[in-house]
Design a protein around this ligand. Structure first.
Ligand code: GLV
Ligand code: MN
Ligand code: MN
Length: 405
């Protein structure tokens, strides 16, 4: 008896759920439990489960031929206080696609491989798409294993800890190149809902630059140091945030966010001496990212000089915009047309594991609407009818890709 995508998502949502949302950061007990749940469901479908050294989990179903697999999937980790659908939908939806094929006795030409990629959100180890970036060679495995979380724990230590990799699951040493890759995901924005169209075929994924910024001023007594001689780190950081906001608005079709700020010593009656923050800037147009990078460095220099504070800006992650494969897009569009499922061509402002996979294989993405466009928040939601339709459309798209690629 098949388990519906909504029931599976509800079971997954119980893992890591809290008052404000769901938190499943990479290599934590809850992320491990999520993997266990997927692995258990995979075994019920008589599929093999393997993982690699960075913790990517693969569910394999043989095809008629051997050779490179048709891969699909998404991620099980979440942002802090995130929703039940981002990433989870792509993994669970992929599993439902496999289940449909098993139930209907449908064989594929190629082996199928459902992936649950490690640490897509970067909510523990800062680098986004950690597992898929290692898989495609953007990050070297040995460097990735040395990344530290905010408590100083390395990926290597987290992997070695009891919760790192699933017990009793074989670890695959290589990162075999797939024949193609497809990812089912919630849109995470308002475009489909506003257009009243249930499916989005993704044309390109935005590029992203991420920076560590350290502003150094001078801590002091909040009551005694005159305004004229202060060097307040927080004010320097705040001015940089506003300059960045203006730059993103001026440049257009790009977004910039300072979502992480750490103020020291963070006391009501002490002038801030140091601020660490992170910037996340995105656009589907690489030239706009280059321009925001230029404006950021220029503003940092101006503000530092004028305020007498130090501002260091270090780019720690650079992802160029990723156009998705034209042939796969038309296969997906034609499949949706054949079933009279309306669809829209659209770009993605969120990054996805498909961005990395697109570097080594033809890649496609299918979106379903997000209620109110909300995502990365606990109340993220997609209507059950849209979730079900998305899985049905994705299943048929996978079969079409297998036939035609
Ligand atoms: C991940 O969802 C991201 O776009 O940051
Ligand atoms: Mn996601
Ligand atoms: Mn996300």
């Amino acid at each position: 008896m098949p388990i519906s995508v909504c029931d599976r998502l509800a079971q997954l949502a119980d893992i890591g759920g809290g008052e404000h949302g769901i938190t499943r950061r990479a290599f934590t007990r809850d992320e491990y439990r999520a993997r266990e749940l997927i692995a258990g469901w995979a075994r019920e479908l008589a599929c093999d489960v393997v993982q690699d050294r960075i913790g990517n989990l693969f569910v394999r179903r043989p095809g008629r031929d051997e050779g490179p697999a048709l891969m699909f999937g998404s991620h099980l980790d979440t942002v802090v206080d995130g929703g039940a659908y981002d990433g989870a939908y792509g993994v669970v939806g992929g599993l439902c696609a496999l289940e449909w094929m098993v139930e209907h006795g449908v064989e594929t030409r190629r082996p199928l491989e459902l992936a649950a990629w490690t640490g897509e959100e970067g909510s523990r180890f800062a680098v986004g798409c950690l597992g898929s970036a290692v898989y495609v060679g953007w990050e070297k495995i040995d460097d990735a294993l040395e990344l530290r979380d905010d408590d100083g724990v390395t990926v290597r230590e987290a992997v070695a800890a009891q919760d790192g990799l699933l017990a009793n699951v074989c670890v695959r040493g290589e990162f075999p190149r797939p024949a193609g890759y497809a990812e089912l995901h919630i849109e995470q924005g308002p475009v489909l809902e506003r257009a009243g169209i249930p499916l989005g075929v993704v044309t390109a994924i935005a590029g992203m630059y991420r920076y560590d910024v350290r502003v150094t001023g001078e801590a002091g007594h909040a009551g005694t140091v005159p305004m004229s001689v202060r060097r307040e780190a927080f004010c320097g950081a705040a001015e940089l945030a506003l300059a960045l906001e203006t730059a993103a608005r001026d440049i257009g079709e790009c977004v910039a966010t300072i979502g992480y700020v750490d103020v020291r010593p963070n006391q009501t009656n002490i002038i801030s001496g140091e601020v660490a923050c992170r910037i996340d800037a995105r656009s589907v147009d690489g030239a706009r990212l280059v321009e925001i990078d230029r404006r950021l460095h220029r503003s940092a220099g101006d503000i530092a000089r004028r305020r007498g504070v130090g501002i260091e800006v270090e780019c720690f992650e650079t992802r160029v915009p990723s156009p998705l494969d034209a042939q796969l897009q038309s296969i997906v569009r034609e499949t949706l047309d054949a079933h009279a499922w309306p669809h829209l061509a659209m770009s993605s402002g969120a990054v996805h594991d498909a961005m990395c996979l697109a570097a080594i294989a033809p890649a496609a993405m299918l979106f379903v609407p997000s209620v109110g466009g909300a995502s990365h928040v606990g109340h993220e939601r997609t209507e059950p009818v849209d979730l079900e339709r998305g899985v049905a459309a994705f299943t048929q798209a996978l079969l079409a890709i297998d036939r035609r690629l």
